[in-house]
Design a protein around this ligand. Sequence first.
Ligand code: SF4
Length: 352
Amino acid sequence: MEKFGIYVHWPFCLSKCPYCDFASVPCHAADEDLLLAGYLRDLKDLPKRPVTSVFFGGGTPSMMSEKLLERILHQVEQSFGFAPNIEISLEANPDAITKEKMIAFKQIGVNRLSLGVQALNDADLKFLGRIHSAKTALTRIEQMHQIFDNCSIDLIYARPNQTMEEWEKELKQVLSFDLPHISLYQLTIEEGTVFDRKGIEPADDETARNLYLKTIEMTDLAGIPLYEVSNFAQSGFECRHNLLYWQGDDYAGIGPAAHGRLGLIATENPKKVDEWIKKGTSKTTLTATERFEEKLLMGLRLRKGMSATGIHPDKLEKAVRQGWLLYNPRNEWMAPTMEGLMMLNQLILMLV
Ligand code: SF4
């Protein structure tokens, strides 16, 4: 069956983290009737085809009520139909979910939970502006793991002054949970964030590189290898929805700030809730070259790589000589080396 996913954007969080440039604003009392009307309107415009994954992202979608989640999923199922083995993921934060809510979300249909833990010690959580404690994070990880077979946590590393020993110890603790999936992101300072304004510096390049190599080594040994630049999974637990993006499949985005790709049609929703409600989705048609370059940009993030069809042999040869790419001319398949993954932007520039 052809893959097709729906991304649902929830635009609120309990507070704004100083490193975050996602489309989210602090809010404790969302107008769910207004949001529901907008989500249903966005769904109406989409081509009717079975959905292989739904991803509730944000923001902190675990803040949404069970009632709203149920209404959205019900409408998706009614209008499009769920493919067999559909993956329904939801992002949660330790302080914005309870064990009872996890159980309720599961009963409604969520079958994959992803918890934004970010660090396992209180000092670093405070630095990252997170409102939960390490103790709450550990409790939620345990509860999530009991309730969801398919689950994940996010952590941020390469924090300022973080040493190799500290990260090794923390990563060892993460791996001891035996979760099927983890996402490990290096701290980056995004323009316009509080960290940017404060002049916070992340780890230097060499430290970040060594931390990354150690992370790959430890996760490989633990049987949860890297499958995408920042994502690690036990076999069969790779996030199917995110794979849609990396493999260049079709997906629709509903809600403020959501994007979609339907063939060559790119869709985009305004970031602010009131503008999104008023204006709805805008569509543009990409050229075949634009879409090809997007697919290259996303596909080379995968450790297993992608088809090299359409790339000039001289460029492939240059990237192979550089030590950034593996290329098999028999099946026209290419995959980044570890060095290539770390030099991804340069590798992509070399190939386009
Ligand atoms: S909880 Fe996540 S989405 Fe919300 S502000 Fe923090 S990093 Fe951004």
